[in-house]
Design a protein around this ligand. Structure first.
Ligand code: IPM
Ligand code: MG
Length: 354
């Protein structure tokens, strides 16, 4: 097949990790006889520096023409003091809004071989396989803001429709997994959460009556994710809670660097990015873990292009490389030696080709 995939490296380690994902996509191309056009475009601080816009028009146009978008990361201390509207993160939020990708899938399926890299005891990690579905285009991230010298506001709004569409995605995923949905809110305090819980209860009873539904308050969920992680199947929640809980959940997998994500709308065009940030402290040193981005590329092939076998080939390749004992610094235990980002990416590409 021929497909156009927009590549948006962004800032910090974004360039290093997307470069490895591109290597792996090229290996898939050769092995399976596809043709991928991979136009690159600027986003975040890189866009701001070059075009005075964290989501330049040309980037919007390239993404609009693509079958899917693969993104590295945005942000960094260099842009800490720019006005809110120009911040690198704002570029990413505008991209998510432009693509209308309201459902962000963040699978947390720790590789058993990395259990020693997790701060959580290995026995608790057995059988952990969580699909977090984070609402991505609503809530406090997108509400009105105000700021004076001494006060500030961020408005959090959700509509019934916004809640229902992301719940349908979560429930459909659960139907193909262990048939359980955990909905996370803060309904003891927040009005948006009370609506969230009400809509969830109604919709699940009406449309998915046989499915197990659990409600958790977000503070309790933060604890349960560590005390009984294997009990979760699909966890669905609003934008900000999902952001926070997935950084926490990534520790089950040993490192933030391991986790991919897929952001979906009602169509097939999606945005794929690792859950980690731009990690300015380690940028440019060839030590970042490319797995999150490489595994995001696998999700892209499966969910936007329908290339199941190719996606599985990438996931397999990552597993084999890990089983062979190759590690980047973030997942290496004391005494294990680490290799660089580029070497790790090349090993995955070679495993795909083999
Ligand atoms: C993420 C990131 C982003 C978010 C930032 C960079 C805006 O933390 O994708 O989890 O909060 O959504
Ligand atoms: Mg985050």
């Amino acid at each position: 097949m021929q497909a156009t995939i927009a590549i948006l490296p962004g800032d910090g380690i974004g360039a290093e990790v997307t470069r490895e994902a591109v290597k792996v996509l090229r290996a898939v191309e050769t092995k399976f006889g596809h043709r991928f056009d991979l136009p690159e475009a600027l986003i975040g601080g890189a866009g701001l520096d070059a075009e005075n816009d964290p989501f330049p028009q040309q980037t919007a146009a390239i993404c609009a023409d693509a079958a899917a978008v693969l993104l590295g990361a945005v942000g960094g201390p260099k842009w800490d003091n720019v006005p809110t509207e120009s911040r690198p993160e704002k570029g990413l939020l505008r991209l998510r809004a432009a693509l209308n990708v309201f459902a962000n899938l963040r699978p947390v399926a720790p590789h058993p071989i990395l259990s020693g890299a997790s701060p959580i005891r290995a026995e608790l990690l057995k059988g952990v396989d969580i699909m977090v579905v984070r609402e991505l285009t609503g809530g406090i991230y997108f509400g009105e803001k105000s700021r004076t010298q001494d006060s500030a506001t961020d408005v959090c709004t959700y509509t019934r429709g916004e809640i229902e569409r992301v719940l349908h995605i979560a429930a459909k995923l659960a139907a193909g997994r262990r048939n359980k949905v955990t909905s996370v809110d803060k309904s003891n305090v927040l009005e948006t959460s009370r609506l969230w819980r009400e809509v969830t209860t109604e919709l699940m009873q009406r449309d998915y009556p046989g499915m197990e539904l659990e409600h958790l308050l977000v503070d309790a969920a933060a604890m349960h994710l560590l005390s009984r992680p294997a009990d979760f199947d699909v966890l669905v929640t609003e934008n900000m809670f999902g952001d926070i809980l997935t950084d926490e959940a990534s520790m089950l997998a040993g490192s933030m660097g391991m986790l991919p994500s897929a952001s979906l709308n009602d169509g097939s065009v999606g945005l794929y990015e690792p859950i980690h940030g731009s990690a300015p402290d380690i940028a440019g040193r060839n030590i970042a873990n490319p797995c999150g981005t490489v595994l995001s590329a696998a999700m892209l092939l499966r969910l936007s292009l329908g290339l199941d076998e190719e996606a599985a080939a990438i996931e397999d390749a990552v597993n084999r490389v890990l089983s062979d004992g190759l590690r980047t610094g973030d997942i290496a235990r004391a005494g294990e030696s680490a290799i660089g980002t580029a070497e790790f990416g090349s090993a995955i590409a070679a495993a795909v080709a083999a």
